[in-house]
Design a protein around this ligand. Structure first.
Ligand SMILES: [Zn+2]
Length: 207
């Protein structure tokens, strides 16, 4: 479905607007409330999340000042939260700021930056790859399970990822509909791709 670009456009657009893109480094544990005057990496995380969701709070400087306050209150108002300008657990959740718990898959523990993204699925078939059927991925790898299409501005080609509900893969493909915090996950069969559908997933950047 990657290259045909016909994946339920309105639904995707809605998810886009809902805008869920929150990145956080391993050591920035979101534990305390943040408010006007707060400083540090947690504030940076909040500022990044606000900016990426269209609530512009100026440059990401780790200082919770008037611009950040204005962005937080606007965000809270839009999301139906208590408009107090304090970034507590509910506002963090609405911003999709994830905690630093590593993803687990069996015995493996994945560590690294975690981002929340919207994932669709495709497979190597003609339907999913019109009009490029038979061509390899953008960087020349054969299409198979583990190949992931990303927006290279967000996740550069060659990045290894762990995607919750999918597994490990590599950013190795691109698509017209895959812009911003979007992923397209390659599955072995069309049925598996259909079964996956569209999901909001937690993505761990492995390198
Ligand atoms: Zn297919």
């Amino acid at each position: 479905m990657l290259r045909s670009k016909m994946i339920v456009p309105i639904f995707v657009l809605t998810l886009f607007i809902t805008g869920i893109f929150a990145a956080q480094s391993e050591n920035a544990v979101a534990a305390s409330n943040l408010y006007w005057g707060s400083r540090g990496t947690e504030v940076e995380t909040v500022q990044k999340a606000l900016n990426s969701q269209g609530y512009w709070c100026g440059n990401v400087d780790g200082i919770f000042g008037p611009k950040t306050y204005a962005a937080v209150t606007k965000f809270q108002k839009d999301k139906g939260l208590v408009v107090d300008g304090i970034v507590g657990p509910k506002t963090k959740a609405a911003l999709r700021i994830t905690d630093s718990t590593p993803s687990r898959d069996g015995s493996k523990v994945y560590r690294g930056k975690t981002v929340t993204m919207v994932a669709t699925a495709y497979c190597p078939c003609a339907k999913c790859n019109y009009p490029y059927y038979g061509a390899p991925s953008y960087i020349g790898l054969p299409l198979k399970y583990g190949i992931i299409a990303t927006d290279p501005k967000v996740i550069p080609m060659g990045t290894r990822l762990y995607v919750e509900g999918y597994g490990e893969g590599i950013a190795a493909d691109q698509g017209g509909a895959i812009k911003g915090n979007r992923l397209d996950l390659c599955f072995a069969t069309h049925q598996q791709a259909l079964n996956f559908g569209i999901k909001t997933v937690k993505v761990t950047i492995l390198n």
